[in-house]
Design a protein around this ligand. Sequence first.
Ligand SMILES: CCC1=C(C)/C(=C/C2=NC(=C\c3[nH]c(/C=C4\NC(=O)[C@H](C)[C@H]4CC)c(C)c3CCC(=O)O)/C(CCC(=O)O)=C2C)NC1=O
Length: 169
Amino acid sequence: MRDAVTSLIRNYDNTGRYLDRDAMDRLKSYFDTGMLRVQAAAVITSNAAAIVKEAGLRLFEEQPELIRPGGYAYTTRRYAACLRDMDYYLRYASYALVAGDTDVLDERVLEGLRETYNSLGVPIGPTVYGIQVMKEIVKEQVEKAGIAAGSVVDQPFDYLAREFSEQNV
Ligand SMILES: CCC1=C(C)/C(=C/C2=NC(=C\c3[nH]c(/C=C4\NC(=O)[C@H](C)[C@H]4CC)c(C)c3CCC(=O)O)/C(CCC(=O)O)=C2C)NC1=O
């Protein structure tokens, strides 16, 4: 599991180079946005249950067939499994946000995920939609809290959504 700093050092160490200008710029940008990342993660932490709940409502409102008989979130058990998955995505996104690196998402979330969903018959498209909805809700809340985190908040969610859907192709 790596963060922005350990990833960078690892790259330079692999080729035995000192940190150059480009490395310094990247480190600077990581530290410059550090406090915003932490503050945005704190917003996620203190609103996690509400964010997941709201994202579920928006997802099922947009795609009501999921909760109808035959749908992939039909039955209390599947409905709960779906929201629990959304909670996983949110929690790991908050880690990646603080780390400034998506490695934790590769290692802990995306690895084998597509195979799992496919073998269970859970559709990836609506799940990716759910991840995007969570991003929008988090952005709304971060903004409401007066934190000018900008696009750093998007990154982990965009990465999850992109990697998850690309792996499905
Ligand atoms: C931390 C990393 C991690 C992830 C990501 C994870 C996902 C995960 N989701 C699962 C199930 C599931 N996931 C869903 C999800 C959904 N249903 C829908 O309609 C929506 C499209 C979607 C929610 C957005 C459902 C319905 C199941 C249960 C499927 C079944 O058992 O029939 C399962 C199968 C085992 C279980 O039910 O617990 C796993 C492993 N587990 C992990 O440890």
